[in-house]
Design a protein around this ligand. Structure first.
Ligand SMILES: *Cc1c(COP(=O)(O)O)cnc(C)c1O
Length: 421
């Protein structure tokens, strides 16, 4: 039996209808922007393996730092104990985040980072003796797959089986110049019930790379602050350079109370997440009363190996070459976007930093589950490019080390697809 057959016998894959799925391709190794299958067929990872890989695959520097950490300390319980990688990572991260971010709470992935953020907000009000239990979020938001994270995400085909069990959330439209005043009054009307407002800054990734302007998000955050509503900036996707700046909040002048990170943090090496918050939120949990404790934690909280991978990834991220690469990708995307935006099969092209999204014209069949999605996926796979269209929307968000030649190849295959499909 080959690996694909052995896989089919024992494995259940994420987001996959196992009855109709294409055979899963066995990947043996990765290097730079590419991964290689058992026959040495090369695939350019145009989606950074679900948006996590920022420096390329099997990066030797991260590998070396992880290996060193593994021979020193693989893990230790993080209640009652601490370790150098956890403290150093918190220090270095807080130094580059907005100055109001003062404390780091570690967890395991993006969904847990969001769960922690929500619990911090809800218990903040509970500890202060105020009845504020409602949460405000954007329509079509995506904040993860666990129940709390799913609750603050838009209701869709993905949540349908659970909708009756999800807690109640007030969903508002994305802000723009026309609706910003009405959104602000919605916040004001609900303010005494609202615990917090959670948002994906500038780009709603899973919803289809939907982009909106920093200016109006700024106004909303500022208004929430005036009304005493806490704000959660979910940077799980946008953090670490994706939007052209280190963090999406760097496009804002108003700063959030809480931030969530995961995807790019270890450079795509391993699962990890963290939530940061202000001194004010942290202080609301300080008490002689043990009931005011934040009762949350995971077995692998602050895993030293994950911290070491994150520190190594941060070294690479802060190197001047990476900043240049991010700019190079953004410039290159802009030129290509200009070139294809008038193509009759392209309904819309949009870009934020290293993220380029193209909406395919489909007439009126735009469902995520349309066959166009599968056709496009297969087309690029055959061309040796990993793309995962979100319905009729294809997007490129590559590791920052992608070469100009690799980018040019991806663009040319998109142009070919526009003719062929
Ligand atoms: C992917 C994502 C999450 C969930 O992260 P996981 O690690 O997949 O649980 C949360 N928020 C945003 C904005 C994301 O893109």
């Amino acid at each position: 039996m080959n690996l694909t057959e052995r896989d089919k016998k024992v494995i259940w894959h994420p987001y996959t209808q196992m009855q109709t799925a294409l055979p899963h391709i066995p990947i043996v190794r990765g290097e730079g922007t590419c991964v290689y299958d058992a026959d040495e067929k090369k695939y350019i990872d145009a989606v950074s393996s679900w948006w996590v890989n920022i420096h390329g695959h099997a990066h030797p520097y991260i590998a070396q730092k992880v290996a060193e950490q593994l021979t020193k300390l693989e893990h230790v319980i993080f209640a009652g104990f601490t370790h150098e990688p956890a403290v150093e990572l918190a220090e270095r991260l807080l130094a580059i985040l907005p100055p109001n971010q003062q404390k780091v709470f570690y967890s395991d992935n993006g969904s847990t980072a969001v769960e922690v953020a929500i619990k911090m907000c809800l218990q903040y009000w509970h500890n202060k003796g105020e009845q504020r239990t409602k949460i405000l979020a954007f329509k079509n938001a995506y904040h993860g797959d666990t129940f709390g994270a799913m609750s603050v995400s838009g209701r869709s085909a993905f949540t349908a089986a659970f909708d009756s069990l999800l807690f109640e959330v007030e969903f508002i439209d994305l802000p723009d110049k026309d609706n910003i005043d009405s959104l602000k009054s919605q916040v004001s009307n609900l303010k005494s019930e609202l615990a917090c407002f959670i948002f994906e800054p500038l780009v709603q990734g899973s919803a289809g790379m939907i982009m909106y302007e920093a200016e109006y998000l700024n106004e909303l955050i500022s208004h929430c602050r005036e009304e005493g509503v806490l704000t959660i900036d979910d940077e799980v996707f946008t953090g670490f350079g994706r939007t052209g700046k280190p963090f999406a909040c760097n496009h804002l002048t108003e700063q959030p109370d809480i931030m969530c990170f995961s995807k790019g943090i270890t450079g795509g090496t391993m699962a990890f997440g963290l939530t940061t918050c202000t001194q004010d939120i942290y202080d609301a949990f300080l008490s002689e009363d043990k009931l005011k404790t934040l009762f949350h934690g995971h077995s692998y909280t602050a895993n030293p190996v994950a911290c070491a991978a994150s520190l190594a990834s941060l070294d690479l991220f802060l190197a001047p070459g990476t900043t240049q690469n991010i700019q190079r990708i953004a410039d290159s995307h802009a030129i290509f976007a200009e070139k294809i935006k008038l193509h009759h099969k392209i309904k819309n092209v949009r870009q934020t930093g290293t993220i380029l999204a193209m909406e395919w014209e489909t007439g009126n069949n735009t469902s995520y589950f349309s066959s166009l999605r599968d056709t496009l996926y297969k087309y690029f796979l055959d061309a040796g490019i990993i793309m995962r269209p979100l319905g009729n929307i294809i997007y490129i968000l590559p590791p920052y080390c992608i070469t100009d030649a690799e980018l040019a190849y991806i663009y040319s295959k998109i142009e070919d697809a526009l003719e062929a499909i």
